[in-house]
Design a protein around this ligand. Structure first.
Ligand code: UDX
Length: 428
């Protein structure tokens, strides 16, 4: 089929490339001409494993990009809204970009006679598709639902592994108000061996939030248990290794440490808290998931203070700036509150990340950024490991250049640690 994708972030660009790989003709739409030019040149506008190969294969053939909504809607049968849904200052979801995209799509639909399906793929709180997107499309197109179709099709893509996750889904969820629109959206995924769960839009929206909120809850649970274990001299990884053997629990997402970051978990849990509060329910558990997560970074700095006393004037090495390994993304990275607290305490911060130095330098320009661990550690009074990069697991002799070989590990990287370093695990 012919598909248009509104928004060329990691969800939009990956979805466009993968739909092209599945045999569809795809046109991407964005207001950012630079991204449009990159995609048309077959160059990935973001870092995603496997994306460059797909763009090079399909750009200019099955996959094109434009800033022209009218052209995109006229030349497609289905339009996916894949724009950002940031959080506003009090944590509630900001639907401004979704609303703008819906208005533009509605205006473009006005002059189109053929049936067209609008699909919300952006992560939106329950009721958004029906109560926000649908009315805007009707208002701007002058049509009624039925003359066009509407559906909600959430994504479950991990950043850095998004292409793999799109092509190997463990679930595909399609929420629609009518069967016709739902059937069309479900058919787009027929090239994938995965059952399609059919439901209504608000249930599809809730499945997405529940999926992320549950994963985030597991992490905060692991951190709570880890913090208790730490006080008792127990290694929480040993505990979770055994607990994860329970077939009802499983081994994944029980890694205690500096906590979760990224553009999804913090934002989505807060958005769900906001929605629950809006409808008069007090989400105690979800609030505690955020509170535990926000305390983990300061627990790292507290250990440092307990070990070094006054921090002012000290040189501290921070290894890892991205919110997780294999990405350059620093959004909500646990390194941000740590670096802020160190700088506020008069510390000279020396940092290194295999991919994220440049992105973090846009947040902190008063940090020394290095190109490898050894340079970062040179003369340091202590080292904090903040991101689970594989290369940090091999560190050993690099610590010899430190003034004091004190290593505080926030990601269970050095297990076991080298004999002659003063090692402290955050939760183990
Ligand atoms: C997540 C969901 O996994 C994905 O399905 C959803 O579509 C988007 O949000 P992502 O944010 O890319 O994906 O990263 P993920 O790999 O899930 O890790 C999120 C954060 O949790 C990272 O900061 C990671 O360091 C942390 N984490 C993960 C832990 O602290 N402990 C764990 O056991 C696992």
């Amino acid at each position: 089929m012919k598909i248009s994708i509104i928004g060329t972030g990691y969800v939009g660009t990956v979805s466009a490339a993968c739909f092209a790989e599945l045999g569809h003709r795809v046109v991407c739409v964005d207001i950012d001409q630079e991204k449009i030019d990159l995609i048309n040149a077959g160059i990935a506008p973001i870092y995603e494993e496997g994306l460059p190969e797909l763009l090079k294969k399909h750009a200019g053939k099955r996959l094109n990009a434009t800033t022209d909504y009218e052209f995109a809607v006229r030349n497609s049968e289905v339009s996916f809204i894949c724009v950002a849904t940031p959080q506003d200052p009090d944590g509630k979801i900001d639907l401004g970009i979704v609303k703008a995209a819906s208005s533009s799509l509605g205006n473009s639909l006005k002059n189109k006679k053929e049936y067209h399906v609008i699909v919300v793929k952006s992560t939106v709180v329950p009721e958004t598709t029906e109560k926000v997107v649908l009315p805007i499309i009707e208002k701007h197109s002058g049509k009624h639902h039925g003359d066009f179709g509407i559906a909600m099709n959430p994504e479950f893509l991990r950043e850095g592994k998004a292409v793999y996750d799109f092509m190997h889904p463990d679930k595909i969820v399609v929420g629609s108000l009518d069967k016709k629109a739902g059937d069309i959206v479900a058919s787009l995924y027929s090239g994938l061996e995965c059952e399609v769960t059919r439901t209504n839009p608000r249930t599809a929206e809730m499945i997405k939030y529940t999926n992320n909120a549950f994963l985030a809850t597991r992490i905060s649970f692991a951190n709570e248990i880890g913090n208790i274990c730490k006080e008792l001299g127990i290694d929480t990884y040993e505990v979770m290794n055994a607990v994860g053997r329970d077939f009802r629990i499983g081994q994944y997402f029980l890694n205690a440490g500096a906590g979760f970051g990224g553009s999804c978990f913090p934002k989505d849990v807060k958005a769900l808290i906001g929605k629950a509060s809006e409808i008069g329910y007090e989400p105690l558990l979800l609030k505690s998931v955020i509170e535990i997560n926000e305390r983990q970074p300061s627990r790292m700095v507290q250990i440092l203070k307990n070990k070094l006393g006054k921090l002012s004037g000290k040189k501290i090495a921070v290894l890892g700036l991205a919110f997780k390994n294999d990405t350059d993304d620093v959004r909500e990275s646990r390194s941000i509150p740590v670096i802020k607290e160190l700088l506020d305490n008069g510390v000279k911060v020396s940092a290194y990340d295999p991919m994220a130095n440049e992105n973090m330098s846009r947040i902190f320009n008063n940090v020394q950024y290095n190109n490898n661990a050894a340079d970062t550690l040179h003369g340091a009074d202590a080292c904090l490991i903040m991101t689970e990069w594989d290369e940090f697991r091999e560190l050993d002799k690099e610590f010899n250049v430190m003034k004091r070989k004190l290593v505080i590990d926030g990601r269970h990287m050095l297990t076991p640690p080298g004999k002659d370093i003063e090692y402290v695990g955050l939760c183990w």
